[in-house]
Design a protein around this ligand. Structure first.
Ligand SMILES: *[C@@H]1O[C@H](CO)[C@@H](O)[C@H](O)[C@H]1NC(C)=O
Ligand SMILES: *[C@@H]1O[C@H](CO)[C@@H](O)[C@H](O)[C@H]1NC(C)=O
Ligand SMILES: *[C@@H]1O[C@H](CO)[C@@H](O)[C@H](O)[C@H]1NC(C)=O
Length: 499
C-alpha cells in the first residue's frame, strides 16, 4: 500500500510539472486561453479520467487509490451527476466531495473497506453500485452510509433508492445496516454466500418498508424465513434464481404485492400443490426455467394466479409432463373454471411428450408461444395439436416451433410437427395395453399367418369331423372368435377417424 501511494503521487506531480513547463514556454496569452478552455477539467481526476457532460468516467484505468476530496473539480466549476469507477483495483473507499452526484458505480474493484460517512456529501445520491467487490459482513457497517445530521432535518442519504451489493463475500447483514438509508427500494444481494437469511439479516431487511425489488439470486439459500415478505408490503420483484430450494418457499404466501418471481435454476423435482407457486393474486411474471431436476408439473401447482401474463417454463431437460389442471382454478365452489390471462408462454426445450388442450382457457389469444425443441409423442392423443392448436397459433407474431419433431412412436421419429400439420396428418393411437401401433402390425401379421395355417388345418379337421357328426358346432365357434378380434381392431381405427 505505501508503495502504491508513493507511485501515485510521483506520477501526478510529474505530470503537473511538465504541464506548467509547457505553459511558460507558450506565453502569457496562451496561459490565459488554456486556463479558460480547461476550466472544467482543471482537476486531478479530470486529468486521469474522462469528464464530460456532468459525467466522470474513470472506468478501466488501473486505479488502485481512491481520489481525495481535493482531486475533484469544484462543484461550482463542474456539476457532476454520474460517476463510474468500474473495473479498477480500488481497495479502500474514502470520503467523496460535495457534489450533485446521483449515480455512483464502484463495481468490479477489490473493495474491502469503506470509511464511515464516505458518501455523506452526496446528498442526492440515488443509486450506488458496490457489486463485484470483496466486502465481508463485518466491514459493511451501518455508519458507512451515515449522512450529515442537521437538526430538524432527515438523514442526508434519504435519496438513496437503489443499492447493489451483489457478488461480494457477504453471509449476513448488520441488523442496523439500513438505519441511515431507510428509503432503499431496490436491493441486490445476489451471488453472495448467504446460505441462510439469519435473524440479524431479517432485522436489517425489516427496516426497508419501501422495498420493491429484492435480488437474492445465487445466494445458496435452501429456503426463506417464513415471514420475510410480511413487512415489505410493496415488494414487487423477487429474484430467487439459482438457489438450493427444492420447493417454492412457503414465505411467498405472506407476500402482499408480488408481481414478478424468478425461480429458475432451483433443484425442484416435482411441482405440485404443496411445492408449487400458487395463490399470488398480483403475480404477472413467473420464471421456472433451467431446472435440471424438474420432471413434472402437477395439477394445482400453479393455480390461483389470476393476474399471470408471462409464464416461462423452458430448458428443463427432464420435464416430460405438465398436468392439464396445472393452471386452472375455481374461485368459489360455485364458480366456473378459470385460467390466468396468459399472453406469453414459453415451453421451449423441455422434454414434453404432449400438451393438453385444457392447460389454457384460450390458446389463440397468446402474443408469444414457444414450443421449440421438445420430445413430442406423435399419437392420436396429440392429434389436437396438429389439427387444432398449431393452425390457431401460427398467426401469432411470437410463434416458435423450431426443432419440433416427433420422437415417438418409432415410425414417426423425426417427422416435423409443422409438416404433419400442413399435411393434415392423422396420427394413430397406441392401444389400450400401451402397445405401439407398429406392434399392432406385428400382431396382425401373426394373426394372418395363424389364419393361413389354421384354414387348411380346420378344413382338414372339418373334413374328418363331418364323418363323426358334431363338426358343425365347432366350426361355428372358431369363426365367431375370429370376428371378435377384427371388430375390436376396427373400432379403434374408427375412433382415430372421428377425432
Ligand atoms: C490523498 O491525501 C492523502 C493525505 O493527504 C495522501 O496520503 C494520499 O496519497 C492522497 N491520495 C491521492 C490519490 O492523491
Ligand atoms: C441536491 O438537489 C437539490 C435539488 O435539486 C439541490 O438544490 C442541491 O443543490 C443538490 N445538492 C448538491 C450537493 O448538489
Ligand atoms: C434477478 O431478476 C431481476 C429482475 O429481472 C434482474 O434484474 C436481475 O438481473 C436478476 N439477477 C440475476 C443475478 O440474475
Amino acid at each position: 500500500m505505501p508503495d502504491l501511494v508513493h507511485l501515485g503521487y510521483q506520477f501526478t506531480s510529474q505530470q503537473k510539472e511538465e504541464y506548467w513547463l509547457m505553459m511558460h514556454q507558450v506565453g502569457v496569452l496562451l496561459v490565459v486561453l488554456a486556463t479558460c478552455s480547461t476550466l472544467t477539467s482543471a482537476s486531478v481526476i479530470c486529468d486521469k479520467c474522462n469528464c464530460k457532460n456532468n459525467h466522470v468516467d474513470c472506468q478501466n484505468r488501473q486505479l488502485s487509490l481512491h481520489f481525495n476530496v481535493t482531486d475533484w473539480p469544484n462543484a461550482t466549476d463542474m456539476k457532476i451527476t454520474e460517476v463510474r469507477f468500474d473495473n479498477n483495483m480500488l481497495v479502500h473507499i474514502t470520503e467523496f466531495p460535495v457534489q450533485a452526484i446521483t449515480y455512483l458505480s464502484l463495481s468490479h474493484n477489490h473493495i474491502t473497506l469503506i470509511d464511515d460517512a464516505a458518501f455523506m456529501n452526496l446528498e442526492n445520491l440515488t443509486e450506488l453500485d458496490l457489486s463485484y467487490n470483496q466486502l465481508i459482513s463485518v466491514n459493511l457497517r451501518p455508519n458507512i452510509f451515515k449522512g450529515h445530521f442537521r437538526p430538524g432535518e432527515y438523514q442526508s442519504l434519504h435519496n438513496l433508492k437503489i443499492l447493489h451489493l451483489g457478488n461480494n463475500a457477504l453471509h449476513s447483514l448488520d441488523g442496523d445496516l439500513f438505519e441511515h438509508i431507510p428509503n432503499v427500494k431496490v436491493l441486490s444481494l445476489d451471488s453472495n454466500p448467504m446460505k441462510l437469511i439469519d435473524v440479524v439479516t431479517m432485522m436489517a431487511l425489516d427496516q426497508l418498508h419501501g422495498l420493491e425489488v429484492l435480488d437474492l439470486a445465487y445466494t445458496e439459500l435452501q429456503d426463506l424465513p417464513e415471514y420475510i415478505l410480511h413487512t415489505p408490503i410493496n415488494l414487487k420483484v423477487l429474484n430467487l434464481t439459482g438457489n438450493l430450494m427444492n420447493r417454492a418457499p412457503v414465505a411467498l404466501s405472506y407476500s402482499h404485492a408480488l408481481e414478478e418471481l424468478y425461480f429458475s435454476e432451483n433443484p425442484v423435482t416435482v411441482l405440485d400443490e404443496q411445492t408449487g407457486v400458487n395463490g399470488l393474486q398480483h403475480l404477472r411474471v413467473l420464471h421456472l426455467s433451467f431446472m435440471d431436476e424438474l420432471t413434472s408439473i402437477e395439477a394445482g401447482s400453479l393455480k390461483n394466479l389470476p393476474s399471470l401474463k408471462e409464464l416461462y417454463i423452458s430448458h428443463n431437460k427432464k420435464l416430460t409432463k405438465i398436468n392439464e389442471n396445472a393452471l386452472s382454478f375455481r374461485n368459489g365452489s360455485e364458480e366456473s373454471e378459470q385460467w390466468p390471462p396468459i399472453k406469453i408462454l414459453s415451453l421451449a426445450y423441455n422434454r414434453l411428450g404432449s400438451l393438453q388442450r385444457h392447460l389454457l382457457g384460450h390458446w389463440d389469444t397468446l402474443d408469444f408461444f414457444d414450443i421449440s425443441g421438445n420430445a413430442w409423442i406423435c399419437d392420436c392423443e396429440n392429434q389436437w395439436m396438429i389439427s387444432n392448436l398449431l393452425p390457431s397459433v401460427e398467426k401469432i407474431n411470437g410463434y416458435r416451433i423450431n426443432e419440433s419433431v416427433c420422437v415417438e412412436p418409432v415410425e414417426m421419429r423425426n417427422r416435423r410437427l409443422h409438416e404433419l400439420e400442413v399435411r393434415h396428418y392423422h396420427m394413430r393411437c397406441l392401444d389400450s395395453r400401451g402397445n405401439h401401433p407398429e406392434k399392432d402390425a406385428k400382431i396382425l401379421v401373426g394373426v394372418v399367418i395363424g389364419v393361413l395355417i389354421a384354414v387348411p388345418l380346420t378344413l382338414a379337421l372339418v373334413f374328418l369331423l363331418r364323418r363323426t357328426g358334431f363338426g358343425a358346432t365347432l366350426f361355428a365357434r372358431a369363426q365367431y372368435g375370429h370376428n371378435d378380434y377384427s371388430k375390436a381392431f376396427y373400432s379403434r381405427a374408427d375412433s382415430v377417424e372421428r377425432f
